[in-house]
Design a protein. Sequence first.
Lengths: 190, 188
Amino acid sequence: MNCQQVALKIDAHLDGETSGDESRRLALHVQQCARCSAQFAPLLQAVEVLGDLPDLIAPADLIPQMLHELPARKTAELEVAAPARTARRVAWVLGATGAFATAGIAAVLIGIIALAPEWLGSISIAGKALIGPIADLALRLFDVAAIVAPACGQLFISALFINVVLLATCIMAVIAWQRRSVPTAVFITW
Amino acid sequence: MSGLDDQTLIARAQQGDKDAFGTLATRHRDAIYSFAIRTLGDREQALDAAQEIFIRAYTKLDTFDQSRPWRPWLFTIAANTCTDLLRRRARRAHTVDHNAAIDLPASDASSPSKAVARMDLHRRVAEALQCLSDIERTVVALKHIEGFTYQEISDMTDIPVGTLKSHAHRGRQRLAGLLQASAMEDSQ
């Protein structure tokens, strides 16, 4: 084995991933080559010593003390676990309901705005100011969709909007739940 | 009870036999304590961690699959417990007690001078371990002291094997450098 091969194989050797023959040849080369010895002998020694380290002796009362704490801890953990599980279930049910309700309301609104633009003429100025930009956006999207998919432009826009709203809502709810914030998860989805 | 194998003790402990769990825990007590003290570098924290590890193991015993080996499962709990403690510690200032991990059991007295040299080397390695980063120290301890494979360590820590190998490589390099420096200091 030459120096280059040793440099390539040294990590595999230290990880125990070389064959018996390769390990022997590598160890022999490191012993005999001054440059490889300077570079790799400390590494080999360090790993050998690590494997040789004996277990430290723990205090004799570690286990008796631990056993003494067991009944109180196990009961307490079960008591904490049950309400947490119930709260998570409630959060998911409310979150899912909120997400579908939001998506449903959004679909209805888009349907009304996109399919009945003439209805806008009958609402108040303040109402137009609020809904107007949304209606404009919806109508522009509708035009794009009509070019892209003339046969199902309206359905496409509604479905796209529903999916975007649903996805965003679910992502926010999951993030809030991941952070164990049940009230926030419910609030976001609503 | 002490003559029973781990699997039998586990089966009894899963039925609620605390004495069986006590025997099982005693069998692995020193290994867990050693891992904790080498990972955390603090004797008091290691004692608390070791208790916490066994308590968690007992409360999660129902989830243990008896067809799998016990030791990697126990060390999964140990690695996660120590990682949690290291994260909490990182959020506040902490001084590592470099002497904590160098309590060594008495070695055999067959050759006193060799025993002294060996203990000195063990001391220097244990000191150098505390100078590695938390993840390097954990990976090096699990791989080279406890003897787990990279796949087992990956299952314990949810870190990919390739990343573990990088941490081990860097940890070993630093350890070797520190040992060399320490040997040169001692010889001066």
